[in-house]
Design a protein around this ligand. Structure first.
Ligand SMILES: *Cc1c(COP(=O)(O)O)cnc(C)c1O
Length: 449
């Protein structure tokens, strides 16, 4: 089955579930990027300012944030042993770093950036409207009895494949809101149990992410005291994510690394509905201009952002239209239709999207644990074949040539963004490792791409 809405070759590869690296023909130098959604650098700085204002409050709500002064951030760490394990040609491999969002507190995934930010903004708005907070006040007031009493009459709702629910549920419950999470079919039992243990209402849906979001949105809209965190169109989530770029720039500087025309930076981020990778890439392009090359990673059965960005007409499109079933063990990425907001904002900024098989994700989860003693969930490993795609394939070489950076690959930095895992129960990690070892052995015996 081919689809008239996509270029033939792309559609055929997508439909065949063959992994591919798709290069974005709409990529533009930063100064030519269209401002279709009206967001810019000042919005990122404003979001960082708001996060700083919330720091005193976050330290009270989550004691684990005491030692980081209420700032939710993850480490950027060298991954030399992983590089040795994953890449044969070491001379061209450059420097590899792990951006450890799998360790983010509160949500245990990259979702901490968006979810916590959006719910805090909502709480602040309610408190200001009720006369309980003035803009100049310390945000700690939001944890005091009058604010808690106000929040207890309000609901925060969200639709999720699991991790966004964990994030929204955690912050909403901590502030004293009634919280409701609409979970799609792939959501893991332990994620639902964790939320219920915190008093969050979990509603299970038979359908996929899109239908859980639709159900949640519809239910929430009937209740004037309910606020819906809408992962398909939220600019608050997007800006919460974007702040990561400011932090990464600082971390790179602290490590004494350079990013410039002869030291390109490649970043590989797993993509579900697109909010997280788009928000972060948007931020990174504003930090590093055309010297950063952002690639998204998707499962072969759920390549919703690739499909949306490759579409010949500028309209929403779901992977079902090309005959794909959106079934993947990478539950964080099981999304059939991309966020329009994310797609429009990132359309000129993202370098490309590559796809991978579930088997690869498990194999790479296993190899990361072996090489670096770091445990992540399968979704979080989707970007690990990024450097191989760039350095060892025709499409990758085409990208390097077009951008004039082929001579500089040895001095490049590659950031693999690990997006979730720290809350995964140990038995579950054990299963990931067992399957990962088997997939890795199978792959080693039959070299394949
Ligand atoms: C949600 C998620 C992503 C992708 O974020 P989107 O905003 O859905 O694109 C990646 N990895 C993990 C583990 C996630 O939970």
């Amino acid at each position: 089955m081919t689809n008239k809405r996509l270029p033939k070759a792309v559609a055929e590869l997508l439909a065949s579930r063959q992994p591919q690296l798709w290069l974005n023909p709409e990529w533009r130098p930063l100064h030519q990027c269209s401002e279709e959604t009206g967001l810019g650098l000042s919005d990122i700085h404003n979001a960082e300012y708001r996060w700083q204002q919330f720091a005193t409050l976050l330290r009270i709500l989550f004691p684990e944030l005491e030692r980081c002064n209420g700032i939710i951030e993850s480490e950027l760490r060298p991954a030399d042993r992983l590089r040795q394990a994953l890449m044969a040609q070491q001379a061209r491999a450059g420097r590899w770093l792990l951006k450890c969002d799998h360790e983010l507190p509160v949500a245990g995934s990259i979702k901490a950036r968006g979810a916590v930010y959006e719910v805090l903004l909502h709480a602040e708005n309610l408190a200001i409207a009720a006369g309980l907070l003035r803009p100049e006040d310390d945000r700690r007031l939001l944890s005091e009895p009058p604010a808690r009493c106000l929040f207890s009459r309000h609901q925060v709702a969200v639709g999720s494949t699991g991790n966004l629910g964990l994030g929204v549920g955690a912050i909403a419950a901590a502030l004293g809101f009634r919280a409701t999470v609409h979970m799609s079919a792939e959501a893991k039992e332990w994620k639902k149990a964790r939320l219920r243990a915190r008093g969050v209402e979990v509603i299970e849906h038979e359908g996929d992410f899109g239908s859980a979001v639709a159900a949640g949105r519809a239910q929430s809209s009937k209740d004037p005291l309910s606020y819906f965190v809408d992962d398909e169109q939220s600019r608050h989530l997007f800006l919460g994510y974007s702040v990561a770029a400011l932090r990464v720039r600082q971390q790179i500087e602290n490590m004494g690394l350079r990013v410039d025309a002869t030291h390109p930076l490649f970043v590989y981020i797993p993509c579900g509905v697109g909010g997280a990778p788009s928000g972060i890439s948007f931020g990174l392009r504003h930090m590093f201009g055309d010297n950063v090359h952002c690639f998204f990673a998707e499962p072969v059965s759920s390549p919703c952002m690739l499909t949306r960005l490759a579409a010949l007409d500028n309209n929403p499109i779901a992977v079902g239209e090309i005959g794909l079933d959106n079934k993947t063990d990478a539950d964080g990425l099981a999304v059939g239709q991309a966020s329009e907001f994310a797609a429009l904002t990132i359309r000129n900024q993202v370098s490309g999207v590559f796809t991978g098989r579930d088997a690869w994700f498990f194999s790479d989860v296993f190899r990361l644990a072996e090489a670096e003693s770091v445990q992540i969930e399968p979704s979080a490993a989707a970007g690990f074949r990024g450097p191989t795609w760039i350095l060892d394939t025709d499409a990758g070489r085409e990208y390097l040539t077009t951008h004039g950076i082929e001579p500089y690959v040895a001095s490049a930095t590659h950031i693999l963004w690990t997006t979730g895992g720290v809350f995964v129960p140990q038995e579950e990690h054990q299963r990931f490792q067992e399957r990962g070892r088997a997939e890795w052995q199978a792959e080693a015996s039959v070299p394949s791409r």
